[in-house]
Write a protein that binds this ligand. Sequence first.
Ligand code: NAD
Length: 261
Amino acid sequence: MFKDLNKKVAVITGGSKGIGNAIALRFAQEQMNVVINYNSDAAGADKAVKEIEANGGEAVAVQADISKEEDNKKLLDAAIKNFGGMDIWVNNAGMETQAPTHEITLESWNKVIDINLTGVFLGAKTALNYWLEKNQAGNIINMSSVHQQIPWPTFASYATAKGGVKMFTETIAMEYAPKNIRVNNIAPGAINTPINAKKFADPKQYATTQSMIPMLKIGDPEDVADAAVWLASDQSKYVTGTTMFVDGGMSLYANFQGGRG
Ligand code: NAD
C-alpha cells in the first residue's frame, strides 16, 4: 500500500482495456479516485468502473479522443467535477500499425503520431496548465515502449512516436522540476494485452517473442501497473525524467545471452 495515494485523483487515458485498465484497477486498490478514459470501448470502461465500485473505490468513465486538445480538457473537467481536482495524469493510450516504411500512407503515419506522441503532449499540456494555475505539485506518467530505443522495422511510425515520447518526457521533466511537477516514462516490453492479441494467439509467434526476453516470460498488464503505482506515489518523490523499463530484460540485447557474439 502507498498511503499517500489515498483519495488522490488520477486521469488514465486508454483505460478500458490492457495496461491502462490494469493501472486503473491498481490505483483503485490504493483508494484513489480514477477517471477512466476510453475512445470507443464504453463497455470495457463501464466494467472497470463497476469493478472499482464493487471494491469500495470511486471511478468515472469518460469518452475522449486523446489526439484532440478539447477532449483532453474533457478528462480534466471530469476529474474536477467528480473528484474536486487532479493529481496524477497517465498518458497511456496508444496504437500501432505495421507496414514496410515505403508503403506507409501519410494518413496512417499522422494517425500513429497523433495518438502516440501528440496525444501525450496534449495530455501533459492540459495537466501542466491545471497545476501551474493552482500552484500545485503534479505527476505525469507517460507510456512509452522498449521501442523508444529498440528499432522496429515495419513499425517505423510507432517507434518514432515512442522515441519522441522519451525526449518529450525528459524535456518537460527538466522544465517543470522547479515547480514540483514530476514526469516519468514507463517502457513496457512484450505485454499480454489486446494490442498483441492476434500475434500472441499464434503459438509460434508467442514462442518467438518469449525467446527474445531474458526472463523468458511475456509480461502481464499488472506488472506495468505495479511500476505505475510506485511512480505515482511519494516513494518515488526524488525521481523525475527517467524511463522505467518493465520488460523482463528485453532491452538488454538478448542476442548476447550466454556469451554469444
Ligand atoms: P491496448 O490496445 O490494450 O490499449 C490501448 C488503449 O488505448 C485502448 O484502450 C485504446 O482504446 C486506447 N486508445 C487508442 N487510441 C485512442 C485515442 N485516440 N483516444 C483515447 N484512447 C485511445 O494496448 P496496451 O498494450 O494496453 O497499450 C497501452 C500502452 O502501452 C500503449 O501506449 C502502448 O503503445 C504501450 N505499450 C504496450 C506494449 C505491449 O506489449 N502491450 C508494449 C510497449 C508499449
